[in-house]
Design a protein around this ligand. Sequence first.
Ligand code: FAD
Length: 474
Amino acid sequence: MSKTITCDVAVLGGGPGGYTAAFRAADLGKQVVLIEKEERIGGVCLNEGCIPSKTLLHAAEVIAEAREAEAYGLKYSAPEINIEKLREKKADIVTKLTGGLAGLAKARKVEILRGFGRFTGKRLLVVEGEGGITSVAFEKAIIAVGSSPMELPFLPKDARIWDSADALALPFIPARLAVLGGGIIGLEMAQVYASLGSKVTIIEMLGQIIPAADADLVRPLAAKLKKTYEAVLTSTKLTGVEAGKHSLKISLEGEKAPASIEADALLVAVGRRPNTADMGFEDIGVKTDGKGFIQVNERMETDVPGIHAVGDAVGNPMLAHKAVHEGKTAAESASGLKSAFTPMSIPSVAYTDPEIAWVGYTEKQAKSEGVSYEKGSFPWGASGRALSADKDYGTTKALFDTGSGRIIGAGIVGARAGDLIAEAALAIEMGADAEDIGGTVHAHPTFAETLAFAAESAAGTITDALPSRKSKIS
Ligand code: FAD
């Protein structure tokens, strides 16, 4: 059976970029159809990314906190882990959130059309779903088709070789888990499995885990993992996997790496690629770059007038909060508003233990681009709050442009770094300088005041530690 529907705005893909675009366009008075091939909207983020991973990481955090409480005279026995219950809890949270989104769509009269969508013309999409084929004639379209895990074609097909979605499903707890890729996704999943009892080995091709972050921020995490994991093999290449009956034999190349290791499961977390093939984009003139990312301008417009694109499909960083903001811009732009996506910075967070977060310039980026900056940093060993919570291994640093004095970047390693980085992002967006941040009264004792102390350190006005330079305020 085939039918045709018309709408003002068709959104292809119901992840954070797509549902945000659909909701904003509806709020701007547009009649919207949101096309999603999966049963539930929410995309990777809600169904097999941000939310399930943070749910499992919460369980890991509780286990770690209970263990670390012994230092306070609180000794708990080892937890009894009920994997079925943990899976159920994760599923409940995802259902609650995706159900909430479906409710928000209904309240806004956004029609959700289930099926796989393809462009067959510059104003026409064809959607194949359970209910048959639907042609969607639109005025404007927003592409938000997201990304998928990168696969390594030389690896054997084996149920013990996982991508991040497989790992999040908690198929079983391997006694020995190897993780290929020491980036954020690999390390977050490693943390979950390590806390559930797996002996973890990280295999990372570059010289540092979380290669994008500054080395000083990564150091406390690397030190902790070195103590608690089987091995963290940096500068190491995986060259092959033999799937044996009882285990996987993983061949390695690297100066300090063994020639091979045995594991009971291997998580491959080597990056993601945009889902931009086979959807008719090229046929209608939507251009992609060499890596398959759709090319857009700051109004999220593709080369085809009236067709916008957002989220993971348009490039890095592949993060839900980037997709959401781009989705709003695309909806506003498609609705005739003069919107553009021009943020000063986009924060990155590794929800590891300790968390690592950075925003704006990293030091390595500033150095490589020849940007002159002054740094203020505050070691958490001098923070009353961090000491009280036994989290004194953290650091907060802020970078200020030498010429204008404005903050251009910040990095934090320590408890709740992912939450704390928001203040630095706001400061960058508002063009704050060290005096603005240091002069803002922060509650004491909080982890948040460490950003103010880092700013005071740059301004030379700090009293909670020795000033590293003469005060600029006299
Ligand atoms: P997606 O979420 O990928 O959604 C795209 C949607 O389009 C999907 O639902 C897909 O089914 C649908 N679709 C694709 N093609 C078609 C088609 N032809 N027809 C119909 N439907 C189609 N980001 C963060 O910011 N914070 C985190 O903590 C975080 N953790 C993560 C953890 C993991 C394990 C992973 C894998 C990712 C994580 N991310 C995180 C990244 C985040 O999930 C993505 O950046 C975000 O989901 C991108 O949103 P999107 O809307 O661009 O695409």
